[in-house]
Design a protein around this ligand. Structure first.
Ligand code: 5BU
Length: 258
């Protein structure tokens, strides 16, 4: 796939501040790498963020898997995100009626709206989930991704579902900045595509995850590669992060020039 616009050129197509910030970080750090920091202890999460912070444009969390969650964990993550210049994406996958997702987004122990630059939601619920989250998040300069596709084998999120998800997003382009998907799903340069299920070593795990390489995702038009175990389970996670960053970036640079 030939890329028409660079990350930098796409900034002007976006209205949401998180989209603008993310694209400018990609350009500055020459990184389209997001790490999936799936740690169950706060210390391990912070130490990992510190270790790979300089390599990434975004850090993805599952805050509800921490066995020792404390607001200080968030404070430290935020300090690191400012120091190392990355955005924070809480992979919460909201999927309920508007009233419930509002309570989940701003309340409970995690109060995600206070710290997560980005969150995501399933479109299976219908478009009102977007307005509900937007009511809470937009005034705090937050952004939303919709799940248009998934990397899990046998997913129902494909074809018409993906198309309908794209249409829903069109109604809320001030808050939705892009999609979880496996490839580019529209010709509009304002959308940013985030792809999980990325690894060099394996093509699947034992629990339904499927993998492609950074190059195959970027060639398919994805913008941001999301890598978890490929990095944090590597012998040398810092070096692995650097290798994934370089692979993602060189595929991007090639797709711009070819
Ligand atoms: P892995 O260790 O690289 O397989 O981790 C992938 C991460 O991305 C993990 O946190 C998942 O929850 C997340 N993920 C995914 O793998 N596939 C999806 O479709 C979505 C999220 Br949405």
């Amino acid at each position: 796939m030939i890329r028409e616009y660079s990350y930098e050129q796409r900034i002007e197509f976006c209205s949401n501040p998180v989209a603008k910030k993310l694209l400018s970080i990609c350009k500055e750090k020459q990184s389209n790498l997001c790490v999936a920091a799936d740690f169950t202890s706060s210390n391990a999460l912070i130490a990992f963020a510190e270790l790979v912070g300089s390599e990434i444009c975004m850090l993805k969390t599952h805050i509800d898997i921490l066995h020792d969650f404390h607001p200080n964990t968030i404070k430290k993550l935020q300090e690191l995100s400012h120091k190392e210049n990355f955005v924070i994406f809480e992979d919460r996958k909201f999927a309920d009626i508007g009233n419930t997702v509002q309570l989940q987004y701003q309340g409970g122990p995690f109060k995600m709206v206070e710290w997560a630059d980005l969150i995501n939601a399933h479109s299976v619920v219908g478009p009102d989930i977007i307005s509900a989250l937007k009511n809470i998040g937009l005034s705090s300069n937050r952004a939303l991704l919709l799940l248009a596709e998934m990397s899990s084998s046998g997913t129902l999120a494909k074809e018409e579902y993906t198309e309908a998800t794209l249409k829903m997003a069109e109604q809320h382009e001030d808050f939705v900045i892009g999609f979880i998907c496996l490839k580019k799903i529209s010709n509009n340069p304002k959308w940013i595509y985030f792809t999980p299920g990325i690894q060099f070593a394996n093509d699947k795990d034992d629990l339904g995850q499927t993998y492609q390489t950074p190059d195959s995702a970027i060639k398919a038009g994805s913008d941001i590669i999301i890598v978890g175990r490929g990095i944090y389970q590597a012998e040398n996670p810092k070096q692995a992060a650097s290798e994934y960053r370089k692979a993602g970036w060189s595929s991007y640079a090639f797709s711009l020039s070819s």
